[in-house]
Design a protein around this ligand. Structure first.
Ligand code: 2BA
Length: 108
């Protein structure tokens, strides 16, 4: 069994989690914050069988798109602590996906 941690843009999170649910995956949504931009994002937890893992990632790939964001010192405290005086354009995923192996899962 695998546990997928997918950090996605808030704007994509509803459609992505709905598509996963419709495809039969169980999903938990966590409200999270990126450490660099200090902007809210959503982390989806998806526990699934090994052979379904690729399908879940393809659904995420289909629904989560990259975006350009301006990183300014007023919106990014993480970066702003450094001496960033000029805003710069950065590309934000899409989705950042981690896949971990799960030794055991129990439901009561
Ligand atoms: P943030 O940490 O707010 O990062 C937003 C975007 O800022 C990143 O997009 C990347 O383009 C840039 N960025 C992040 N850290 C940077 C740094 N130290 N120097 C220069 N630029 C930096 P993504 O890579 O698509 O990441 C989107 C969000 O996914 C991140 O939000 C964070 O919440 C999460 N994330 C990405 N990689 C991660 C990792 N290795 N571990 C944990 N969380 C991660």
């Amino acid at each position: 069994m695998k546990m997928i941690f997918a950090i996605v843009n808030n704007d994509d999170s509803t459609v992505a989690s709905s598509a996963l649910t419709e495809a039969g995956f169980s999903v938990t949504r966590l409200s999270t914050t990126g450490g660099f931009l200090m902007v809210g994002n959503t982390t989806l937890l998806i526990g699934t069988e090994d052979d379904k893992c690729k399908d879940a990632i393809e659904i995420l790939r289909h629904h989560c798109t990259t975006r350009k964001r301006m990183n300014s010192s007023t919106t990014s405290f993480g970066a702003g602590l450094k001496n960033h005086s000029l805003p710069e354009e950065i590309t934000v995923g899409g989705a950042t996906v981690f896949v971990l192996s799960v030794d055991q899962m129990e439901k009561f």
